[in-house]
Design a protein around this ligand. Structure first.
Ligand code: NDP
Length: 310
């Protein structure tokens, strides 16, 4: 069977996927025409990234699934024209990158690495950091990425807590869930990592009240989505000395505007949405596998739950 797959993503993506996707389709035994333009009714699948050409999915009446190149689907999940199944990206490359970024930034704060880098001043003032086993780290969100990060930190022997919407079991991680679990996790966490999707329920989850639950001097690390936090509340908590540091990779407006106070704040580290990225080689295989499954009548992988928004 010959299939038409429409690639709806910004120009830069095309360069990365124009060869990797056809290679993955061939490896999966699929006969595919990959195109950036086709009559809507001829399209069998859409590969999607935000800011691509397709925003009205209505005319794609024969499209069997929309396959996102992004893990976060907040820009598309509420699109009223999207009646086709939507799959998000779960990619081993994306996961590895996130584990490295999160582990690196947790270790920076745990070991007090800034103290050494910023204090080459001839003063010999040893401060020995505690062992990881004595550092409580909370991961909010125990999905593909949060779970991998929690496991990696637990393997380094951090005292790891996790929080999710429904009960989860991660070896070596003290798991909590739901509204009741959140307070317990935040009250204990010296370092908090946000790996939640952006949904109506998680929007501004980290507000002034919840920041107040954290121990004094706690560190906030956000590689999830910018709107998970209340920017002004985070700045106020930093200025009051309640929050020790915020390491932020994602923002309500991206690129983060030059005048935003996060840039100049001495207790904020800004990274430009680089915590992790979908890697074309492994992601193309995920897309191909989902198309193979759909054609074979097997259940799709990583199907988005529209009601939950992720
Ligand atoms: P998943 O969908 O696999 O996991 C989401 C997790 O969040 C689940 O554990 C889920 O709970 C939990 N969750 C969702 N809603 C709530 C809620 N209301 N209360 C408590 N927990 C909740 O997502 P991924 O791990 O793949 O990705 C997480 C996010 O990371 C993405 O949505 C994206 O925003 C961000 N991201 C950022 C990148 C970057 O470079 N900065 C790169 C890639 C992703 P449950 O287990 O019960 O379902």
């Amino acid at each position: 069977m010959s299939l038409t797959v429409l690639f709806s993503a910004p120009e830069a993506y095309w360069e990365r996927y124009r060869e990797t996707l056809p290679r993955a389709f061939a490896e999966a035994g699929l006969d595919v025409t990959l195109t950036r333009a086709a009559a809507p009714e001829t399209v069998d699948f859409i590969v999607f990234a935000p800011k691509g050409p397709v925003s009205d999915f209505g005319p794609y009446s024969n499209c069997r699934a929309v396959l996102s190149l992004w893990a976060g689907v907040e820009t598309i999940v509420g699109n009223a024209t999207l009646t086709q199944p939507l799959c998000r990206m779960v990619d081993s490359g994306l996961e590895e990158g996130m584990v490295e970024w999160v582990t690196g930034h947790v270790l920076r704060h745990h070991l007090g690495i800034d103290r050494q880098i910023l204090s080459q001043d001839g003063v010999w003032a040893p401060v020995v950091p505690p062992l990881a086993r004595d550092r409580r780290v909370a991961i909010l969100g125990l999905g593909a990425l949060g779970r991998a990060c929690a496991e990696a930190l637990a393997a380094l022997r951090f005292d790891v807590m996790g929080w999710s919407r429904t009960p989860r079991d991660v070896p070596g991680v003290a798991c909590q869930h739901g509204a009741a679990g959140l307070r317990a996790v935040l009250e204990a966490a010296e370092i908090v990592v946000l790996l939640l999707p952006l949904t109506p329920e998680t929007d501004t989850l980290i507000n002034a009240e919840r920041l107040d639950w954290l121990p004094d001097g706690a560190v906030l690390i956000n590689p999830g989505r910018g709107a998970l936090i209340d920017d002004d509340a985070v700045l106020a908590a930093l200025d009051a000395g309640r929050l020790g540091h915020a390491t932020l990779d994602v923002f309500r407006t991206e690129p983060l505007p030059p005048e935003h106070p996060f840039w100049a704040h001495p207790k904020v580290t800004v990274t430009p949405h680089i915590a992790s990225e979908t890697r074309p080689e492994s992601a193309a295989r995920v897309i191909a596998e989902n198309i193979r499954r759909s054609v074979a009548g097997a259940p799709l992988l990583f199907l988005v739950d529209r009601d939950q928004g992720y």
